[in-house]
Write a protein that binds this ligand. Structure first.
Ligand SMILES: Cc1cc2nc3c(=O)[nH]c(=O)nc-3n(C[C@H](O)[C@H](O)[C@H](O)COP(=O)(O)OP(=O)(O)OC[C@H]3O[C@@H](n4cnc5c(N)ncnc54)[C@H](O)[C@@H]3O)c2cc1C
Length: 346
């Protein structure tokens, strides 16, 4: 059984079906799903200091392979190769970037002369800019929608809330209503916070992300732009703009504070008229040490967790889904950096 059909649950379902496993997925309609709001950016070099993303070379190879296979099997377009044009705050940042661009590990991602021409027509491109290549945008909302349709057709998805307290275990099996399963994998995103089996307050540090869907009539671009927030082309003249992150929040709904901030920055960046089509919010399953949290429950050997994809689900998800399946099937180690058991009492 897989509980949750966001990105984590969808990737596992795909891999398990390919291995000929019998599965049943529970999902309560992508309610509050982080995946449904995500821009799906894969950025090889991130942060103020231009650090190469953790395990990037291993992750990207596995990620592209699974997304390519999913494109074919689901008949949808998921992967777009996109450069990232990023604003630099000052000369020092520019020098840091130029220095890093000489390092062998970074050189493949550097565009020496950022290409700003197509952007200047409708964006304010004053100041210093860098351009990173080797980035991707994965259409995560389309992926989980198409996967849901496929799972429903196969009659292996139940659109309902899974009540963990009704589950019980006996003689190496897990029982839930009319089902008996060998294993259950919880992929509940931030809703793990209410799962009574895990003391997630020890490691979960959820972050709220708010974004706009914008319509910029008559404009198109292939690149993703970052100046405080990301501007990412989705389709035709529709763009994703965000995200305003929050670590202290009362609920998962869009806030007026984020609306004003995003609007102010959108007006600064976009020189032509645009329309705010939607203001959205969702809560990411972020972990205190910024690593995924995966593995077997300390007390219940048939119960697993696949969570903590945080801000980088599109690159982390496929690799760690595969590693979890190898762990369950072959007993291979997950490694202390991601294993659930790194946290006390888990
Ligand atoms: C605004 C925003 C922007 C983002 N941008 C990016 C980005 O550019 N790049 C990137 O890599 N990542 C990004 N992310 C992060 C990304 O969304 C996550 O890393 C990833 O999608 C998390 O997937 P998940 O399956 O763990 O969780 P979710 O997508 O939240 O899925 C959990 C699912 O489980 C269901 N569920 C939970 N509990 C139960 C239950 N008991 N019974 C039934 N169903 C249940 C929920 O309804 C939901 O459908 C962004 C996130 C946000 C919010």
């Amino acid at each position: 059984m897989i509980i949750g059909q966001g990105l984590a649950g969808s990737l596992l379902a795909d891999l398990l079906l390919k291995r000929g496993k019998q599965i049943m997925v529970y999902d309560e309609g992508h309610l509050g799903s982080s995946t449904a709001n995500a821009a799906g950016i894969i950025n090889p070099v991130t942060g103020r200091r231009f650090v190469k993303s953790w395990m990037f070379d291993q992750l990207i190879e596995v990620a592209l392979a699974q997304y390519q296979a999913l494109q074919m099997s689901l008949g949808v377009h998921l992967i777009r190769e996109r450069n990232i044009v990023r604003s630099l705050p000052d000369r020092k940042a520019m020098n840091d970037w130029l220095m890093k661009s000489q390092w062998p590990d970074y050189a493949p991602y550097v565009v020496e002369e950022p290409g700003l021409e197509e952007l200047q027509e409708f964006l304010d491109m004053q100041g210093l800019w860098s351009e990173v290549t080797g980035g991707y945008q994965i259409d995560l909302p389309v992926l989980i929608k198409a996967m849901r349709k496929r799972l429903l057709e196969m009659k292996v998805l139940r659109e309902e809330h899974f009540k963990t307290e009704l589950m019980h275990q006996k003689e190496g099996s897990v029982y839930y209503t009319d089902l008996q399963a060998k294993h259950v994998i919880f992929c509940e995103g931030f809703k793990m916070a209410t799962n009574p089996l895990f003391e997630s307050s020890v490691f979960l540090n959820p972050s709220k992300g708010e974004n706009f869907l914008l319509k910029i009539p008559g404009q198109s671009m292939e690149k993703m732009i970052k100046r405080k927030f990301f501007l990412v082309p989705l389709q035709d003249d529709i763009y994703w703009f965000g995200a305003k992150d929050g670590w202290h929040f009362e609920d998962g709904s869009p806030s007026s504070e984020a609306y004003e901030l995003l609007k102010r920055h959108a007006l600064k960046l976009i020189k032509v008229p645009f329309e705010i089509l939607e203001h959205r919010a969702a809560i990411r399953p972020t972990i205190k040490d910024r690593r995924p949290v995966i593995g077997k429950h300390r007390a219940f050997p048939n119960v697993y967790l696949f969570n903590g994809l945080g801000t980088k689900g599109s690159s982390l998800g496929p690799y760690w889904a595969r590693r979890l399946i190898q762990h369950i099937e072959e007993g291979s180690s997950l490694g202390h950096e991601v294993d659930l058991c790194r946290f006390a009492n888990q």
